[in-house]
Every structure is written in C-alpha cells, then in structure tokens.
Design a protein around this ligand. Sequence first.
Ligand code: C2E
Ligand code: MG
Ligand code: MG
Ligand code: MG
Length: 283
Amino acid sequence: QAKSGGRDHARMFTPQMQEQQLQQLHLESDLRHAAERQELVLYYQPRIDARSGCLNGVESLIRWQHPQHGLIAPDSFIPAAEESGLIVSIGAWVIREACRQQVAWREAGMGDIAVSINLSAIQLKSGGLAATLREVLREFAVTPGQVEFELTESILMDNVDDTIATLHAIKALGFALSIDDFGTGYSSLNYLCRFPLDKLKIDMSFVQDIHGSPQNLAVTKTIVGLGHTLGLSVTAEGVESAADADVLRHAGCDELQGYYFARPMPQAQFIVWLAQSAAPRAA
Ligand code: C2E
Ligand code: MG
Ligand code: MG
Ligand code: MG
C-alpha cells in the first residue's frame, strides 16, 4: 500500500517529524470512520446584510468531534481529507447536511435561511459534483438559490475550462457561487468575468483592523469596485469590531461576517442567537 511506503520514507526524518506523520496516519484512519460514526458536525456563522443589519444567511463550517482529541478545526483535517480523497464523501455529507438543516429550519417556522457551503478543489474535480447536487435536490425541498457554494481562487484558476463548465452546471441547477478568500490568490481578471459568479468574499487579512490601515482600506475599496462593476455582491469576512464594520459598510460592502456579529455555532445555539438577535435587528 502507498501508505506503508510513506512510512518507510519517514525513517529519514527527524523523530519529531516522524511523530507528526504517525499522528497524521492515525487521524486519517480515524477520519475514514468519522462520517459513519456521526462525528462530523456543521457549525453555522451568520452573514449580515451591511445596510439593514438583518440576517442574510449562514456559512456552514465543518468540525470533527473526535472521541479522544475533542473538537477539531477544519484546517487540521481537511488537508488530510483532501490528500486521501476522503473529502469527496465528506464534502457530499456536508452538502446533504446543510440542505437537510435548511429544510429543517424552514419546517420549524424559521423561514428560508440561505446557507453557504465551502467546496474543495478535489470535489470540483471529482466529476460527481453535479450528480450529487441533483440527488440532493431530489431528496430535499431546498430552494437552490438559497444555497451558495464558496470556492477559492486557486480552485478556479486550476484547469479553467473544465472549471467553467462545472460551474455552469452548478448554476444551471439554480445554486449560487462565490469566491472565498478573494485577494489572496492569483485570479486573472480576464477569467474572472468568465466564471458565472454571484459574490466575492474579501479575505480576512484585508478586513481585520481595517479601521487602522489605509492600505487595507484601499485594497478593500478596489475589490468592492471590481465586484460591483462585474455585477457581484461583496462580502467582508473576519469582521471583529464595530469600528471595522463601520468602515466596511462605508467602503460599500454588501454583507459582513465575523466574530463581532457572531462566531460559528452549532445549530441549537444558532436558533437561540437568532431568537435573541432578530428583534433588535429588524427594528
Ligand atoms: P473560510 O471558508 O474562509 O471560513 C472562514 C474562517 O474564518 C472560519 O474558520 C471561521 O470560523 C473564521 N472566522 C469567522 N469570523 C472570524 C473573525 O471575525 N475572526 C477570525 N479570526 N476568524 C473568523 P474555520 O471554521 O476554522 O474554517 C477554516 C477553513 O476551513 C474555512 O475557511 C474553509 O476554507 C475550510 N472549511 C470549513 N468548512 C469546510 C467544509 O465543509 N468543506 C471544505 N472543503 N472546507 C471547509
Ligand atoms: Mg468560506
Ligand atoms: Mg474565507
Ligand atoms: Mg479560508
């Protein structure tokens, strides 16, 4: 097996690196069972309309409730999931779970809450994504326009023609598309208008402490201008203070997301947050 080959190579590494590799291997075999053991869970972070302050929707963010290691953040296991290919089945679970939750919220009388879902490059390339989405549409009574997929620039720029075709297939089903972490990748502006996009999400690195950084403000205004020129809505993520929210609103951002408004929460906590925050926001 390829894995034991990798283990032999590890002999050349320092003990510390070997340790890391071993941990990685354990994690990977654990990850293989995480979905069936129902250890994966989606957290939801509110996205707020910059002008009205109302809830626009939520971003779904995966966590792994590991029986020994506790709650594991996506940055600690998504790379392993991508390397092993497990991301295809995990990603399909994320899509189903987010759609199931959206329908459950509606049936609980909470209305249509838009949900965005992060996609990995491997999922996009796997070739089965459109089929998965069609299946989900058959299984759940979701409004596809209320489900948005977030892709990073590097995903888009890798194999552009195939990507454009896949994105058109997703759009044809009625789903919305956004670019995540915008400004950190290397999007060719030439291609940008060829992707059937709805939204740009400005990377957090430009957003944080924007009230004290003329440079970040300049970059943000440029992205807002570019997005609006292309007919896209623009979100700022990583908003941590009222001061930053103010500056971003004035810079023309359409949507704000960040710890200042709410952290990612399990769905039960999100319901409580919504009940407590809805009244003052709607006023
Ligand atoms: P992302 O999609 O760019 O998500 C934003 C990340 O920033 C989230 O981290 C979120 O918790 C965090 N965040 C939100 N507001 C703030 C803030 O005000 N300040 C700071 N410092 N951070 C904030 P998280 O949940 O750890 O996710 C990290 C990354 O993992 C995500 O970045 C996304 O790329 C990936 N990811 C999460 N869920 C999924 C998934 O279901 N599938 C795939 N393929 N990737 C996922
Ligand atoms: Mg995202
Ligand atoms: Mg992001
Ligand atoms: Mg990210």
